[in-house]
Write a protein that binds this ligand. Structure first.
Ligand code: HPA
Length: 264
């Protein structure tokens, strides 16, 4: 695979024609319910995904489907409010489009976020966790997911926790498992994942980190625990709790991302 497919250059050219900058410092991918970060961007400007040629549309509730640009701490950024999940039917090569576009804009860093279910029972709903390794599950089959993952996220995780502490935030760290979805996991799967050393489970992020590693784009990834994973508590899982948990931490999350753009 050449470094970036041609359609990425076309999207970039279209965005620049529509007042996006030619280069950016950082790109942010916003997870379910975390789109509120975009309200903290200075001089914001955005384009809905459905007005960008060659751009897939995001169909999940809680994902606005809008690409933002503007300044954070004086630095030019782009932020993807709404992502493309494999479970919506996108091939993994499309789910990593934001990472490729970040690279095309010469981003120096990528910050990925997601909603996740906690498998580690010492975590609680509302916790923020920095990802220090990924578990690719069974999805090493696609050319994207089968790429060698050469990033060591541990030093990045240490740095993220230091930066978080400097603004008074406690952040957990742990391993993220990529589950294909769209249905939640079974209780047996969650028990098995726990014995395998997994801390949280979600339906995104791992392919994006693998692609960032391929493209040599430094990346950090943050999970927001929106629920305890299947079988941890005696209650049914549903998407409403994802939004509710994100609502309670959206300000802290935005503060953390702001600090990471400045200092990571
Ligand atoms: N499982 C998978 N993905 C998720 C979950 C979960 O429990 N919570 C939020 N995203």
């Amino acid at each position: 695979m050449s470094e970036l497919p041609e359609y990425i250059e076309k999207i970039k050219a279209h965005l620049i024609e529509n007042d996006f900058p030619e280069e950016i410092e950082a790109a942010v991918i916003l997870g379910s319910g975390l789109g509120d970060f975009s309200t903290t961007i200075d001089e914001p400007f955005s384009i809905p995904y459905n007005q960008i040629p060659n751009f897939p549309h995001s169909s999940v509730e809680g994902h606005a489907g809008e690409l933002f640009t503007g300044l954070v701490g004086g630095k030019k950024i782009i932020a993807f409010s709404g992502r493309f999940h494999h479970y919506e039917g996108y091939p993994l090569s499309k789910t990593v489009l934001p990472v490729r576009l970040a690279k095309a804009f010469n981003a120096k860093k990528l910050i990925v976020s997601n909603a996740a279910g906690a498998i580690n029972t010492s975590f609680k709903v509302g916790d923020l966790m920095v990802i220090d390794d990924i578990f690719r599950g069974l999805y090493k089959v696609s050319p994207v997911a089968s790429q060698k993952f050469s990033y060591n996220l541990r030093p990045v995780a240490d740095r993220v926790r230091e930066i978080a502490a400097s603004i008074g935030l406690e952040v957990q760290r742990g391993t993220y498992l990529f589950a294909k979805g769209p249905s939640y996991e079974t209780k047996a799967e969650i028990r098995a994942f726990r014995t395998m050393g997994v801390d949280v489970v979600g339906m995104s992020t791992a392919p994006e980190l693998i692609e960032a590693s391929r493209l040599n784009l430094p990346a950090a990834a943050i999970s927001l625990v929106t629920n305890m994973a299947a079988g941890v508590l005696k209650q049914k899982l549903d998407h409403a709790e994802v939004k509710a948990a994100a609502e309670t931490r959206k300000e802290d999350f935005a503060r953390l991302v702001n600090a990471l753009i400045g200092e990571l």
